[in-house]
Design a protein around this ligand. Structure first.
Ligand SMILES: C[S@@+](CC[C@H](N)C(=O)[O-])C[C@H]1O[C@@H](n2cnc3c(N)ncnc32)[C@H](O)[C@@H]1O
Length: 240
């Protein structure tokens, strides 16, 4: 069902379109994408930004940084562009598409300084877990994109997913340092810009687990082969 609220975001205004990055699978040129930013400005990446409260608030708090968001739901992309404009934020570029392909094909090596994956879809049923975003292969691709010192922040109310992510990271020997020692994660810490899911889950009484990792300067091993290289597809069916 298409609600009145959804209809509002069906048509992008020209202003919203200025915050939405081009589709495709080409490597991003950050200088072209953010012509007003200093060439060495920090780059923050959010995967699965949902309704965009976090990326918009973060961009507002760090106007000197460049923010890149990836979200597979087109309506949420337009809605987030609308929110950024309302918040007076211009240092954001939003991309509609699937996050793994984006990380693999569109990000240059060692170009990202902060990565946020907040409340990724938990796919709690055993048979569905292979659909989770934070596989070893995605984490390895993120390790290529991350500059030394890059922070990776993950949060979820599905603690088992957080442990799975930690376990996948532990197979990337020496690439990431855990900043939440000795346990390796923290529960219910205060957050600067709570996301929609975070607020909902806390209101339901869920306990939230957080990870914070730092990229070392160790060179990453080769990437896993890509099963399907995203090629040209008919308009409307593109995933990137
Ligand atoms: C549970 S919501 C959380 C949204 C937001 N981060 C929050 O905390 O409120 C997960 C979001 O990730 C998006 N998503 C899931 N898998 C994705 C993928 N592979 N690529 C891009 N976005 C994805 C979904 O469309 C959804 O908006």
């Amino acid at each position: 069902m298409v609600t009145a609220g959804m209809r509002r975001y069906r048509n992008r205004t020209q202003l919203q379109a200025t915050l939405i990055g081009p589709r495709g699978s080409d490597l991003l040129d950050l200088d072209t994408l953010f012509p007003d930013a200093a060439p060495k400005a920090r780059v923050r990446l959010e995967l699965g930004f949902g309704h965009g409260e976090f990326i918009s608030a973060l961009a507002k708090a760090h106007p000197e940084d460049r923010l890149i968001g990836v979200e597979q739901d087109d309506l949420r992309v337009t809605k987030t562009a609308h929110r950024c404009i309302k918040d007076g934020v211009a240092n954001v570029r939003l991309f509609a598409g699937e996050a793994h392909g984006f990380v693999r094909f569109r990000l240059r090596p060692a170009s990202i300084h902060r990565i946020y994956v907040l409340f990724p879809d938990p796919w709690p049923k055993l048979g569905h877990r292979r659909r989770r975003l934070l596989t070893r292969s995605v984490l390895l691709d993120l390790s290529h994109a991350a500059a030394p010192g890059c922070r990776l922040v993950m949060a979820s109310d599905t603690h088992e997913y957080v442990f799975q992510c930690l376990s996948n990271l532990s197979t990337l020997g020496g690439l990431w340092r855990n900043l939440y020692q000795p346990a390796g994660y923290r529960i219910d810490i205060p957050t600067r810009f709570p996301t929609l899911f975070e607020r909902h889950k806390k209101a339901e009484g869920c306990r939230i687990a957080y990870l914070s990792m730092e990229r070392t300067d160790a060179p990453p091993p080769p990437r896993a082969p890509w099963p399907v290289r995203p090629g040209p597809q008919p308009a409307g069916q593109r995933t990137l």
